[in-house]
Design a protein around this ligand. Structure first.
Ligand code: COA
Length: 633
C-alpha cells in the first residue's frame, strides 16, 4: 500500500499507520480510503485481536477529507458518491467485531474525526497541538461520513451541534471531559495506554439519560433552538450548510444519503465552491511563511497604545517572550490589563494565563532591544519621531533581527532614510482588534531586502496570522479599499438614506458589519484623516464633518452615527432597502481592488481577494470582491 502501513504483533494486535505519500498532512483522498477498505477486507479474512489506527506524521492525525477532490465535484453523482464512500466505509469500521481504537495526536479534523468516531475507543494525546473538530461547515458542507450521527451519540446533541455548526475545535482534556475521548494521556505513554485500552473490554461511557432523550424523542425541540441560534449568525441564502446539518441530524439520523436533494444543494452550491476557494487562498497566504527558516523567540514592541499593546499581548499569547516599551509603567498599564483579559479568555487555564503574563515584560528602558529577534515600532504616526527612534534602535539590535514598523499611513521609504541599512526596514501591519483579525500586511518598500520580507512573513505565521505581502503605497491594500467604501456609504447618508438602511443593505449582502457601524467603531476622526489621505482630494462627506465638529467620534465617545451603550449601537429599524443599493455601495471597493492589482500593490487578483476577505471580513461566500465581480459578468 502507498499510504498505509500494517503491522501485526505476535499477540494478534494490529497497528494501521497512515502516512499519506508526498503530503505534509494526512487527508482522506479516494485512494487513502480505498486502501483502508483493503485493510478492512484483509482483517475480515484474518481477524485481529484488536486494531489501533494512528498517524505516521509528526504534524497530526488526519486533516479531513481531501479538499483538492472537492474541486472536481462537478456533477450531482460525484457529490453523492463522495458522501457514500466515507459513510459506508466508516459504518463498516463501526460494525467490526474486534475492538478498535484511534490515537489522536495533533489535528484530527472532519473525516479524520469521523473515522475516529467509528472506532470503539478514542485515545487523545494531551499536548498543545491536539485539536478535534468537524470544520466542514466552514467549507460550506456537512460532516457526511458519520459525524452527524456519531458525534451527538458521544457528547450529546448540544455540544455536537455547537461543534458542527461553528467548526470550533476542542483539545484533549476537553475531549475527555465531554466524553469524546475515552482517555487523555501524555505522549510518552500513548502507545502503552492505547494497547491497554483497546484490550480492556471496557464498556464505552453511556450518554446520560437526558442527553439520550435530546438525541432521540426531543430532537425537534433541540433543532428548533439550534436553527434560531444559527439564524442570528448566518442567513440561509448565504450559508445553507448549517441549516442542512440540523435537518440531517434531526430528520435523517445524521445520514445525508437519506436526503440526496440536500447533498446536491449543498455540495454543488456556489457557497461551498467559494469557501473551498477561500481555503486554498488561505493556504497561499500560509505558504508565504514557508519561504524562510526565520524563527523568533523574543519580540520587542515600542509603543503601548492600542495597537502596540495588543500586538505585544498577542505575541506573548503565541509563546514568545515579549518586552513592551513605553515612557512609563502608567502608560503601559491599560495594555497590560487588556493582555490579562486576553490570556484568561483564550487560554482558560490560570497557570497557562499566568505563564503568558510572565512572558510579557514591561521594559521602560528598552533593554529588550538588544536580545530581540523582531523589533516592532508602534508609536504615533509622525515621521520625525519614528526616524529618531529607528536611528537609536539600529545600532543596538542583533544583526539578523527584523526591524518592523506597524505604520498604516506613512511611507517606509521616508522612515528608513536614517538607517545604516535602509533595506532592512519592513512593514508588519496589524489590524484592530489584533486578536480578532487574521490578516497581517507585510509591507515591502522599494529596494527592500527580499530575505527580510520573507523572514517577516515567517514571523507572522509563527504568531498564527496570515501574511499578505504588499507594496508600500498609501493604505496598502486593506485600508485603501475600505476608504472609498466608507466614503460611498457616507455619501449615501448625505443623500438622505438612513445609516440603519445602509448597514442593513450590506449585512444582507453578507458583510459581517455594516459600513456605518464600522465607521463608528473605527472612529470618525480616523475615518476623516484616512479619507483625506486616500480619497485623492475629494471633499469629505457632510455627515462626517458635522459630527466630527461636534466631537461625535463614534463608539469611543458614545455618539457617532449611532448612540452607543454597553459597546452596542442603538439602531432604529432599517427602512426598505432600495434595490441595487448594496451593489452601488460595494462597487467603489471592488473598483479600488482592481486598481491596486493593476498597480502591483498586491501580486494578483486571488491574493487581493484573500487580503480583502481576511482583512475586512468581506463576505467569504462570494469568494472575494474580484471573484464576485467576475461571476456577475
Ligand atoms: N485536504 C487536502 N490538503 C490538506 C488538507 C485537506 N483536508 N488539510 C491540509 N492540507 C494540506 C495543505 O494544503 C498543505 O499543503 P502544502 O504542504 O502543499 O502547502 C499541507 O496539508 C499542510 O497544511 P497547512 O495548512 O499548511 O498546515 P497547518 O499546520 O498550518 O494547518 C490544518 C494544518 C490541518 C489545521 C489545516 O491545514 C486545516 O485546517 N485543514 C483543513 C481541515 C478541514 O477543513 N478539514 C475538513 C475537510 S472536510
Amino acid at each position: 500500500m502507498k499510504h498505509w502501513q500494517l503491522q501485526r504483533e505476535d499477540s494478534g494486535l494490529v497497528w494501521a499507520t497512515l502516512d499519506k505519500q508526498d503530503a505534509a498532512a494526512n487527508a482522506l483522498s479516494a485512494e487513502v480510503l480505498g486502501e483502508f477498505k483493503e485493510i478492512l477486507d484483509q482483517l475480515d479474512v484474518y481477524p485481529p485481536k484488536a486494531l489501533i489506527i494512528r498517524s505516521g506524521k509528526a504534524a497530526g492525525f488526519i486533516a479531513g477529507a481531501d479538499i483538492e477532490e472537492f474541486t472536481q465535484l462537478d456533477t450531482a453523482d460525484k457529490g453523492r458518491a463522495l458522501v457514500e464512500r466515507g459513510w459506508t466505509l466508516f459504518n463498516r469500521l463501526a460494525a467490526v467485531n474486534y475492538p478498535t481504537l484511534a490515537i489522536i495526536r495533533g489535528h484530527c479534523l472532519g473525516g479524520g474525526l469521523e473515522l475516529a468516531l467509528a472506532c470503539r475507543y478514542l485515545l487523545a494525546v494531551d499536548e498543545p497541538g491536539t485539536k478535534m473538530g468537524l470544520p466542514e461547515v466552514m467549507l460550506g458542507i456537512f460532516p457526511g461520513w458519520g459525524g452527524m450521527l456519531r458525534l451527538p451519540q458521544r457528547v450529546g446533541p448540544a455540544v455536537a451541534l455547537d461543534m458542527m455548526l461553528t467548526g470550533k475545535t476542542i483539545d484533549a482534556k476537553r475531549a475527555k471531559r465531554l466524553g469524546l475521548a475515552d482517555e487523555a494521556v501524555p505522549p510518552r505513554v500513548m502507545e502503552q495506554a492505547a494497547r491497554q485500552l483497546v484490550l480492556s473490554g471496557q464498556a464505552r461511557r453511556k450518554l446520560p439519560l437526558l442527553q439520550r432523550l435530546l438525541n432521540g424523542p426531543f430532537k425537534a425541540v433541540v433543532a428548533s433552538g439550534a436553527r434560531k441560534q444559527v439564524a442570528r449568525k448566518a442567513r440561509p441564502e448565504h450559508y445553507p450548510a448549517p441549516y442542512a446539518i440540523i435537518d440531517i441530524w434531526a430528520k435523517h439520523n445524521g445520514n445525508a444519503l437519506a436526503a440526496p436533494e440536500l447533498i446536491d444543494g449543498i455540495i454543488n452550491s456556489s457557497t461551498a465552491r467559494n469557501l473551498v476557494r477561500v481555503f486554498f487562498l488561505q493556504e497561499r497566504l500560509k505558504a508565504f511563511g514557508k519561504e524562510s527558516s526565520f524563527k523568533a523567540e523574543r519580540v520587542h514592541v515600542i509603543g503601548a497604545g492600542v495597537m502596540g499593546g495588543d500586538i505585544a499581548a498577542w505575541c506573548a499569547l503565541r509563546g514568545m517572550t515579549v518586552t513592551l516599551q513605553d515612557q512609563s509603567l502608567e502608560r503601559m498599564s491599560p495594555a497590560l490589563q487588556r493582555a490579562g483579559k486576553l490570556f484568561d479568555h483564550r487560554l482558560r487555564d490560570p497557570l497557562l494565563a499566568r505563564a503568558a503574563f510572565d512572558r510579557l515584560i514591561p521594559d521602560v528602558n528598552g533593554d529588550g532591544v538588544a536580545h530581540a529577534d523582531v523589533v516592532i515600532e508602534a508609536i504615533f504616526e509622525d515621521v520625525a519621531a519614528k526616524q529618531a527612534l529607528f536611528k537609536a534602535l539600529e545600532p543596538r539590535m542583533k544583526p539578523g533581527a527584523i526591524l518592523a514598523t506597524n505604520t498604516s499611513s506613512l511611507k517606509l521609504e521616508d522612515l528608513r532614510t536614517v538607517l545604516q541599512k535602509p533595506e532592512r526596514l519592513v512593514g508588519i501591519h496589524f489590524f484592530n482588534p489584533v486578536a480578532m483579525m487574521p490578516l497581517v500586511e507585510v509591507v515591502e518598500a522599494k529596494g527592500a531586502d527580499p530575505a527580510v520580507v520573507q523572514a517577516a512573513c515567517a514571523f507572522v505565521r509563527q504568531i498564527d496570522k496570515l501574511p499578505l505581502p504588499v507594496k508600500s503605497e498609501p493604505g496598502f491594500l486593506v485600508n485603501a479599499v475600505l476608504a472609498p467604501y466608507m466614503l460611498g456609504a457616507m455619501a449615501a447618508v448625505d443623500a438622505g438614506i438612513s445609516p440603519e438602511t445602509i448597514d442593513e443593505a450590506m449585512l444582507a449582502f453578507g458583510m459581517p458589519m455594516g459600513p456605518i457601524e464600522l465607521i463608528d467603531t473605527v472612529g470618525l476622526d480616523i475615518a476623516l484623516a484616512a479619507g483625506k489621505q486616500l480619497a485623492s482630494g475629494a471633499e469629505p462627506p457632510r455627515c462626517l464633518l458635522e459630527r466630527v465638529k461636534q466631537g461625535q467620534l463614534g463608539k469611543k465617545t458614545g455618539q457617532g452615527f449611532y448612540t452607543w451603550a454597553d459597546g452596542k449601537p442603538g439602531k432604529a429599524g432599517a427602512g426598505a432597502v432600495p434595490s441595487g443599493l448594496a451593489l452601488q455601495l460595494v462597487t467603489p471597493l471592488i473598483n479600488r481592488v482592481e486598481q491596486l492589482v493593476a498597480a502591483g500593490v498586491v501580486a494578483d487578483a486571488d491574493l487581493a481577494d484573500a487580503g480583502v476577505i481576511f482583512g475586512t471580513g468581506f463576505a467569504p461566500f462570494t469568494g472575494g470582491p474580484i471573484h464576485f465581480r467576475n461571476k456577475q459578468h
